[in-house]
Design a protein. Structure first.
Length: 189
């Protein structure tokens, strides 16, 4: 009797396994049609090309896709790959764009220029003249990109445009010494 129960139990388990296999085998996707004569239905590498050399687009050209930390990931101009752009003040995941600082005093244009300017170190001692933009660092004259911005009734501002600024002892001179400004995206130490 024990052999009979064991045999029935084993047959029942085998029937369950067979039923599961039938259900699993029935869940699938239809076999893809043959592509370029390949028997396995795989994609021929040439099928990823529009012509002999132009890849098919993988995303919409120049469209922002997502933020990845402080980087904006967008599709390249051809739509064939993703490219990452570093965002100086972070990436806005809601609007899919780099965050931007929009100063209320008209300095936005100059702030945008800082990306292409070098880092600047004012050494241990520097003198900045707001009248002519002259900068002397540790006794030697240096060239710093600068511009002026009229402020209506307020004094004209001399803007020094640098990527980042390292300062120690700085003396500002000139008739508008109180209206010097510097625009930078990088660190100010």
């Amino acid at each position: 009797m024990t052999d009979t129960l064991l045999s029935e139990h084993l047959n029942m388990q085998l029937a369950r396994i067979a039923a599961c296999l039938c259900v699993v085998a029935g869940c699938g996707f239809p076999r893809p049609p043959h592509l370029d004569g390949q028997e396995d239905g795989g994609v021929n590498d040439d099928a990823r090309l529009i012509d002999d050399a132009t890849p098919l687009p993988v995303c919409a050209a120049n469209v922002a896709l997502r933020c990845d930390g402080a980087n904006l990931v967008r599709c390249n101009a051809e739509g064939t790959a993703e490219v990452s752009e570093s965002c100086a003040v972070g990436c806005n995941a809601t609007e899919l764009r780099c965050n931007n600082v929009i100063p209320s005093n008209g300095l936005a244009t100059y702030l945008d220029m800082t990306a292409s300017e070098p880092d600047f170190d004012l050494g241990t001692s520097a003198t900045i003249n707001t009248d002519d933009g002259a900068v002397v660092v540790d006794g030697a004259p240096v060239v710093v990109t600068s511009a002026t911005l009229a402020q209506g009734a307020a004094p004209t501002i001399r803007i020094f445009i640098v990527h980042s600024l390292n300062t120690a002892e700085v003396k500002i001179t000139g008739t508008n010494a109180n209206s010097a400004s510097y625009a930078n995206w990088g660190r100010h130490r």
